[in-house]
Design a protein around this ligand. Structure first.
Ligand SMILES: NC(=O)c1ccc[n+]([C@@H]2O[C@H](COP(=O)([O-])OP(=O)(O)OC[C@H]3O[C@@H](n4cnc5c(N)ncnc54)[C@H](OP(=O)(O)O)[C@@H]3O)[C@@H](O)[C@H]2O)c1
Length: 254
């Protein structure tokens, strides 16, 4: 496939993200606290997370290993960033979350697999086969967009991991309910974990400076801003004395 075809597919993919962004404010994705049996057959939550995130890890690993350009430049750094994030999401996060009776609909698992395959394919194929070799040369490593992007990526990952850890630690072994999280960015927003993930992939896109990476950052925003609003509304409805001053996802803004 040539670069113009990949570009066209990516533009179509970005347009779908805009539709999803609007739709998700009206239809709540039924997993986690919003889990629902109305969406058909369900499977174990931990297994669901593992299965739906695994393709993203494997596809990028495949392109890193077999791609003709993966090691001809410093593009491998971008692969490593991606793989680090997904190593946690596939092999650590599902093990750490507390098991509850809530299950995840197969529908969500299936759509997430398609979503992850598409994003990993666009990014992996571009970096491994299409990116000009001089795009990720030594100069790139000293460019301002690499440095700013890398700092954002690292900060976002830190915020995402720390916030997920705080949430996971709210439950003692055997507990299944919900408590009001305190400390860190939870004092300002309902979903610092989702905020961190948006910062992370925005940083990745700035670092990589290519269309597939930008499309993934746009998709992350499109998925996570409505999800944070769903979490925020749920918290106000179900958690007594949930602080009113907290915003949805962007501190002091929204
Ligand atoms: N890139 C993407 O498009 C994308 C899409 C979705 C998610 N993600 C990432 O996946 C991770 C999980 O997302 P999520 O929306 O499922 O996160 P979440 O609702 O905040 O839940 C995270 C974990 O903490 C538990 N938890 C949340 N609030 C709690 C509370 N008040 N008291 C006790 N336990 C609580 C949840 O349990 P329950 O499961 O029982 O509610 C779950 O195990 C995040 O890091 C997010 O950034 C990424």
């Amino acid at each position: 496939m040539d670069i113009s075809t990949l570009r066209m597919i990516t533009f179509i993919w970005i347009n779908i993200a805009f539709l999803v962004f609007i739709t998700m404010f009206y239809i709540t994705a039924p997993f986690g606290r919003h889990s629902s049996e109305k969406w058909g057959k369900t499977i174990n939550n931990k297994l669901g997370w593992f299965i739906m995130e695994l393709p993203s890890f494997l596809i990028m690993l495949y392109y890193l290993c077999v791609g003709s350009r993966s090691f001809q430049s410093y593009a491998w750094i971008l692969f490593v960033c991606w793989l680090l994030h997904y190593f946690n999401r596939v092999f650590v996060y599902p093990v750490r979350i507390k098991a509850t009776q809530k299950k995840i609909p197969l529908f969500i698992v299936t759509t997430a697999i398609l979503f992850n395959c598409m994003n990993a394919w666009l990014n992996g194929y571009y970096l491994a086969e299409l990116a000009p070799v001089n795009k990720y040369d030594l100069l790139w490593l000293t460019s301002s967009h690499f440095i700013i992007g890398a700092l954002l990526f690292i900060s976002g990952m830190f915020i995402n991991l720390r916030s997920d850890n705080i949430l996971i630690d709210l439950r003692k072994p055997g507990e299944t309910g919900y408590k009001i999280p305190k400390d860190f960015l939870f004092e300002y927003i309902a979903s610092p974990n989702l905020f961190g993930e948006i910062i992370e992939w925005t940083g990745f896109a700035i670092m990589a400076w290519n269309l597939p990476a930008a499309s993934f950052a746009i998709w992350t925003f499109a998925n996570l801003v409505p999800r944070a609003k769903n979490h925020y509304d749920w918290n106000h409805q179900h958690l007594k004395d949930y602080p009113k001053k907290r915003k949805v996802i962007f501190p002091f803004i929204y």
